[in-house]
Design a protein around this ligand. Structure first.
Ligand code: ALG
Ligand code: ZN
Ligand code: ZN
Length: 338
């Protein structure tokens, strides 16, 4: 076995040292971080786990998001340890590891959902936070179940997406990528005082879609709102609504305009830019983020890793937020968890 030199900072095992080893070779873990078993062998305890969910049996249009986690990992090789946008070093503030992919049933959606929920519970047993890489948006439901179980209360939700994903059924099916957030509201796992969609746009089935969504408690910041009001104003509104609640962030990569993220299954014109999305995320610093997912990357429709690179950077800024939050809590002598 070759000895692989890694960046070590603050007692934590970081990415492969790309000043010594070509970053385009070797196994593509997320950001070239150590695998869970490598961290365990080195005797360091994981604090944030990146985990993939290769599942796309819930899609209503183009398939292929089952390959999303692999594509995001491959497109994450160029990420570096220091995040100048927030002046943070996420991999030094928290031990981040790649926990691999969940083994989910591609034929039985119900079984896959149960397995994702159980795996999410198992992976967070030690107090770790999850950064999940999908997979289609169906997977947000079991991830939210696990997040609210761990938080011990319903969680606030920030949902970045072109779509509402609060529809009821497709072909009679209740568990699909267009329905996770309606199910989550029905199950009582969301704090409906603080749930918002950001970046929505595109044609709907009817005005009732919006009425139902509003009745469930969702606030909406559309893609045009981001354009017309600007990032800072939007960030202020979102922070005000969320306050100190435990917050789950779900990012569907199709929130970005297809020019920024063509590699996805249900593209809609008129989306926000990757710069706008990253800036909104950076504005959420200090909020009590209990977990996040990044879904709907479908590499078959990608070009030149545009979508993969955007997705890997979104995950990097989400990890930066979670790592910073954990470090701030630890410094204040509070429980490091979530
Ligand atoms: N979650 C995503 N990406 N798309 C949902 C689209 C549902 C529909 O086809 O109406
Ligand atoms: Zn979605
Ligand atoms: Zn979507």
């Amino acid at each position: 076995m070759l000895e692989i030199p890694r960046v070590e900072d603050n007692g934590r095992l970081g990415p492969v040292n790309s000043a010594l080893v070509p970053r385009y070779g070797g196994a593509p873990t997320y950001a070239l971080l150590p695998r869970l078993d490598e961290a365990a062998a080195a005797g360091v305890a994981p604090e944030i786990k990146v985990v993939g969910v290769p599942f796309d049996a819930g899609v209503s249009y183009r398939p292929g998001a089952r390959f999303g986690s692999g594509h995001v990992r491959q497109s994450s090789r160029l990420l570096r340890p220091y995040n100048p946008a927030t002046d943070t070093s996420p991999f030094a503030q928290a031990q981040v590891v790649d926990a691999g992919d969940m083994a989910v049933n591609p034929f039985t959606i119900g079984e896959a959902i149960e397995a994702i929920q159980q795996d999410a519970m198992d992976l967070t047993e030690d107090g770790s936070s999850l950064m999940t890489i999908g997979g289609d948006h169906t997977i947000a439901l079991p991830l939210l179940r696990a997040a609210s179980a761990r938080a011990g209360e319903p969680v606030a939700l920030l949902h970045f997406d072109a779509h509402l994903d609060t529809w009821d059924t497709y072909f009679g099916a209740e568990y699909t990528h267009g329905t996770p957030f309606r199910r989550a509201v029905e199950e009582g796992i969301l704090d409906t005082e603080a749930i918002s969609h950001v970046g929505t746009r595109g044609p709907l089935y009817g005005k009732k879609d919006l009425d139902d969504d509003h009745r469930m408690g969702f606030g909406i910041v559309t893609s045009s709102d981001v354009f017309r009001q600007g990032v800072d104003e939007i960030v202020d509104q979102l922070r005000e609504r969320i306050g100190g609640r435990p917050l789950y962030i779900s990012v569907d990569i199709d929130v970005l305009d297809p020019a920024h993220a063509p590699g996805t299954g249900t593209p809609e014109a008129g989306g926000i830019t990757s710069r706008e999305l990253l800036e909104i995320l950076r504005g959420l610093r200090g909020l009590d983020i209990v977990g996040a997912d990044l879904v709907e990357v479908a590499p078959a429709y990608d070009h030149a890793e545009l979508t993969g690179v955007a997705a890997s950077h979104v995950a990097y800024d989400l990890i930066s937020l979670m790592a910073d939050r954990r470090a701030t809590r630890a410094a204040a002598g509070e429980e490091p968890g979530r």
